[in-house]
Ligand binder design. Structure first.
Ligand code: GDP
Length: 436
């Protein structure tokens, strides 16, 4: 669904890579690009405005992180703002203290309510509940049968008016269903209501009457994410006409631009609880703003990596190390500390696996020898503090002792010490060239 938006944002943010500092002009240009990308994805204008204003303010502000380069900082800010627009924390379903919990579904015809009722029922059952589906869409021909079909598939009973009584009254069906749930020990009631092709008074009144009759714990507004800007107008109409406590996005598997998904929370002030992404009962999930944001940013788990880098990073130590690199005084002790800091972030293969495009690198990753790093660590640990500080003193007999102590061959100790000297020399030269 978010492919185009995702591609655009990724390339905008990629352009920042390699910049040592970001000027105001860089930030303005980036914000302009992000703005266009969002508008093209059909995100509502007020949402775009707020989003861009926040990013600008934060990117130009004093938010300085020594662990991240400027491009990473912008990625982090964009991600956090995106999570915020999508609702921040994952919002869980509110369950009633005294069962049954009543969940009412509202939305336009074709938005996916009936399908969703089945998905929700199946999911609730999986979570250990005993749901009851209720057919209150008595206008659309076949709506009751359709609910019975999804109910069957989900293995959940359906409460519906007796056939042959003409068109039943949805309000009384809803009321009776709650009684039936109490009677038959169903702890959750999911009420499917009628939708129309457009918003109209009668539809709203009926939904409001059902709401008053059963006083739902959750009223979920079901909206087709493919309808673009109309989603916002519809959401506002339902908010004013019926009121709702949460949103369910459907058809996220479609190839539309997805602006609805990004706008509806901000415009209505109500959280997105679930997302539907297909016609099967299992194509359904709890909506996690953070996961959706990183999916939109198309950055694999780069964001997790950024977080971990921040956590593992010790600014003071890094500065001291940089000075030592420049003056060629790096010791094996520093080397060990750096290595431990990187390893604190998790196994190397995992770290690399989080990088975008790492999928194709699987074979190389598999060969990455974690054990080799363990051995390097063991060798350095087998040295005395004096040896780590001044590796030049590590003569042949010391090498033999270190090898014995850390359970490796002498050649491995030789290798490490020699490579360390080479690396130290090279780093000092590079530091000199870059004026560090
Ligand atoms: P209702 O009128 O609101 O009850 O909508 P329905 O549940 O009957 O759904 C309308 C159509 O959308 C049906 O053909 C469903 O199979 C389809 N549909 C519902 N949810 C999804 C979804 O998440 N993805 C896709 N691709 N189709 C869906």
């Amino acid at each position: 669904m978010f492919d185009t938006l995702s591609d655009r944002l990724t390339s905008v943010l990629k352009n920042l890579r390699g910049k040592g500092r970001l000027s105001e002009a860089d930030i303005d240009a980036t914000c302009r690009e992000i703005r266009i990308a969002l508008l093209e994805a059909d995100v509502a204008l007020p949402v775009v405005r707020t989003f861009i204003a926040h990013i600008k303010e934060r990117a130009k502000g004093t938010e300085v992180s020594q662990a991240l380069n400027p491009a990473q900082q912008v990625v982090k800010i964009v991600n956090e703002e995106l999570v915020g627009i999508l609702g921040g924390e994952t919002r869980r379903l509110n369950l009633a203290k005294t069962p049954p919990t009543v969940i009412m579904l509202a939305g336009l015809q074709g938005s996916g309510k009936t399908t969703l009722a089945g998905k929700l029922a199946r999911w609730l059952k999986e979570q250990g509940h005993a749901p009851l589906l209720v057919a209150c869409d008595l206008q659309r021909p076949n709506a009751v049968t359709q609910l019975q079909v999804v109910g069957d598939r989900a293995g959940v009973p359906v409460f519906a008016p007796e056939p042959g009584n003409g068109v039943g009254d949805p309000v009384s069906v809803a009321r009776k269903s709650v009684e039936q749930a109490k009677h038959a020990q169903h702890d959750v009631v999911v009420i499917d209501t009628a939708g129309r092709l457009g918003i109209d008074e009668e539809l709203m009144r009926q939904a409001a009457d059902i709401r008053d009759a059963v006083r739902p714990d959750e009223t979920l507004f079901v909206v087709d994410a493919m309808i673009g800007q109309d989603a916002v107008t519809t959401a506002e109409a339902f908010r004013d006409g019926v009121g709702f406590t949460g949103v369910v996005l459907t058809k996220l598997d479609g190839d539309a631009r997805g602006g609805a998904a990004l706008s509806v929370r901000h415009v209505t002030g109500q959280p997105i609880l679930f997302a539907s992404n297909g016609e099967q009962l299992t194509d359904f999930d709890v909506f996690h703003p953070d996961r959706m944001a990183s999916r939109i940013l198309g950055m694999g788990d780069v964001l997790t990596l950024i977080e971990q880098a921040e956590q593992a990073f010790d600014a003071k130590q890094a500065e001291q190390t940089a000075v030592k690199i420049g003056s060629g005084e790096l010791t094996l002790e520093d080397f060990l500390e750096q290595m431990l800091a990187v390893r604190k972030m998790g196994p190397l293969a995992n770290l690399l696996g989080m990088l975008p495009g790492a999928g194709q690198m699987k074979d190389q990753l598999a060969q990455l020898d974690e054990k080799h790093l363990d051995r390097v660590q063991a060798i350095i640990r087998g040295m005395t503090p004096a040896e780590r500080t001044d590796p030049k003193m590590i003569n042949a007999s010391r090498r033999q002792r270190i090898a014995r102590g850390s359970g490796v061959a002498v050649s491995e100790v030789n290798d490490l010490v020699n490579r360390f000297f080479e690396a130290r020399k090279m780093m000092a030269q590079m530091a000199g060239r870059f004026g560090l």
